[in-house]
Design a protein around this ligand. Structure first.
Ligand SMILES: [Zn+2]
Ligand SMILES: [Zn+2]
Length: 206
């Protein structure tokens, strides 16, 4: 540990020979001369007789740090948050860069996004679709809303729950509940007979 000096423990500190202890080197001539930090002593003006092994004389070490960031409401994949001065350290005491975080929204088991609207696919059975029903759907804030399914509802029909979508910049989208219809995978003899009678009575071909 050199505490940023870049010198090994017990090393002697001597003026830098490259820049004669000035810490800067001039390039060019006369009024065109430009001063740059000396690359040998990295602007310090002095060099140790032996360099610190941990930082190889740079006086800098890389450290991992955990930062906590606020996710803005309505963030989408590609939304960026910039943390000023939390990036890489600037060379020779220069300003530190920024840490830029890019969000990637994970897919959800229940909700899909369409802009500010949330789409929830909810399965209903054949009886609910044909006879009508009331179903309960969870909103994003884990509240339950009741939705009336009218008789004769086809798959793909959407029911709007106003204002229960994603909020962003003072605007709020809707929750759109889209129904799919599940069909029994197997029927008992009596069920099959009833279904055939229903189909015959309705003029449904199969
Ligand atoms: Zn130097
Ligand atoms: Zn060091």
């Amino acid at each position: 540990m050199c505490r940023g000096s870049g010198a090994a423990p017990g090393a002697q500190i001597r003026p830098c020979g490259e820049c004669s202890g000035r810490g800067v080197i001039s390039f060019g001539q006369g009024s065109f001369a430009v001063n740059r930090p000396c690359p040998v002593c990295v602007g310090r003006g002095s060099v140790p007789s032996e360099r610190c092994g941990a930082c190889r004389g740079t006086g800098e070490a890389r450290a991992r740090r955990t930062v906590s960031i606020a996710v803005p409401a309505g963030a989408e994949s590609g939304t960026k948050v910039r943390l000023r001065g939390q990036g890489g350290k600037g060379a020779a005491g220069g300003q530190a860069g920024d840490l830029v975080i890019t969000f990637e929204v994970q897919s959800d088991r229940f909700y899909k996004r369409e802009g500010l609207d949330l789409i929830a696919i909810v399965p209903i059975n054949v009886a609910q679709a044909t006879l009508g029903s009331r179903i309960s759907v969870k909103t994003l804030d884990a509240k339950k809303v009741a939705i009336r399914i009218p008789p004769g509802t086809s798959a793909g029909r959407r029911f709007k729950v106003t204002g229960q979508g994603i909020e962003k910049d003072g605007k709020r989208g809707d929750l759109l509940v889209e129904v799919t219809i599940t069909v029994p995978e197997s029927l008992s003899e009596a069920q099959e007979k009833a279904m055939r009678e229903f189909a015959d009575a309705s003029g449904l071909k199969y």
